[in-house]
Design a protein around this ligand. Sequence first.
Ligand code: ADP
Ligand code: MG
Length: 254
Amino acid sequence: MSELLSVRGLTRGFYGVKVLNGVDLGIKAGSFTGLIGPNGAGKSTLFNVVSGLYRPDGGEIRLAGEAIGGLSPDRLVARGLVRTFQLARGFPKLSVFQHLMLYGQGQSGESLAAALIGSRAGRDREAELAERALGIARRLRLDHVIDNPVTALSGGQKKLVEIGRALMAEPKLILLDEPMAGVNPSLTEEIAGHLVALNREGITICLIEHDMGLIRRLCAPIIVMAEGRTLVEGSFDEVAADSRVQEAYLGRRH
Ligand code: ADP
Ligand code: MG
């Protein structure tokens, strides 16, 4: 498998404190990669930099071979790189449908303007997006709440909306930051099922998750981060048996 995402020597600090200390990693096209590591290892920060939320201080990020470091989130989404957040975000008054539409619209900046001036192309695009939003809502079993405000949804349904928003972008790579955190076991299974299905359809996935049972079941390979660096990569059994990984987790706990 070729590398869809390549990160080399990536650094980022905040107020003089280095959080990413030269991260090197590759995510293979088509993989369901797990990203683990003790709290504070820099996993979310890595996603924040790779997805364009924060600028890197140094190093290189490539998507399908093209340098993408420093590009805005919108541009990265247009290239098929999307991420979801640890805590589902949302605009209080918008419905599930409006949320999905909003994210789809971001993909082609001209479409909203075109729709506003009532052009044929704009209307066609709008109808296409609406169709897509409905399909995604159905797939994620959100169709019965599609007109409800996102704020009225359960925590688990909000997580599904996050995934739905990512799917509106027709992603190649989805970075998921603890999409099952705080979700009940049956919804966790449902989300896991969606992710496995999306991966089988060809979407590359990188999952941050602290539940090792889920990581073991879903992910290969697994990349371990500690103190702003990648420590090891391998199968679950390989990384679990690695003394450096055990030390990183234990060292943090004491
Ligand atoms: P992880 O997701 O692996 O638990 P994070 O990437 O969230 O780790 O955090 C790594 C370190 O970076 C933490 O010490 C955190 O406080 C710090 N950090 C992350 N984002 C910021 C920020 N915007 N400003 C200051 N410090 C930050
Ligand atoms: Mg985190």
